[in-house]
Write a new protein. Structure first.
Length: 147
């Protein structure tokens, strides 16, 4: 974990490509440079949530499920991720629960507060279940969600 006022997730992400070339990891009992690995394999092992996260005009299920796009319809995994971030209760209380579109631009859709959106975005990141996570102030508006 990297913490501190000068070390933000955005800064870390910007520098990760350069660091990836120099970093060494243990793979199959043989140290290798991350640059020697396939980029797709490295990406699969990393999950990121930035301070300015994405708000998808999709259902709550899909918003969280996109953390693992190949299994976006896995309701149990989505609900588990939502539970871990405190988003489950608010999503269950929506008119159509997890099937509610998170946008007022669509009939029956609802928008969320910033803090509620952060919980959904964090659940999406946790849904990915990656061994390495970059969290750039993922809970800065949580207080708003609980009020």
């Amino acid at each position: 974990m990297v913490l501190g006022p000068a070390v933000g997730g955005a800064r870390l992400a910007r520098h990760s490509r350069r660091a990836r070339r120099r970093a060494r990891i243990q793979v199959a009992r043989r140290p290798r440079r991350l640059g020697e690995l396939e980029p797709a394999d490295v990406r699969r092992g990393v999950a990121v949530i930035f301070q300015d996260f994405v708000r998808c005009q999709l259902t709550a299920q899909e918003n969280i499920g996109l953390g693992e796009p190949e299994h976006v319809d896995d309701e149990h995994a989505v609900r588990s991720a939502a539970q871990r971030t405190g988003a489950a209760t608010l999503l269950e209380e929506l008119p159509n629960g997890y099937a509610t579109i998170l946008s007022k631009e669509f009939a029956g859709g609802r928008d969320l507060s910033l803090g509620q959106w952060q919980r959904v975005a964090l659940a999406r990141t946790l849904r990915r279940d990656a061994p390495f996570m970059i969290l750039d102030e993922p809970s800065s508006a949580y207080m708003e969600a609980s009020s």
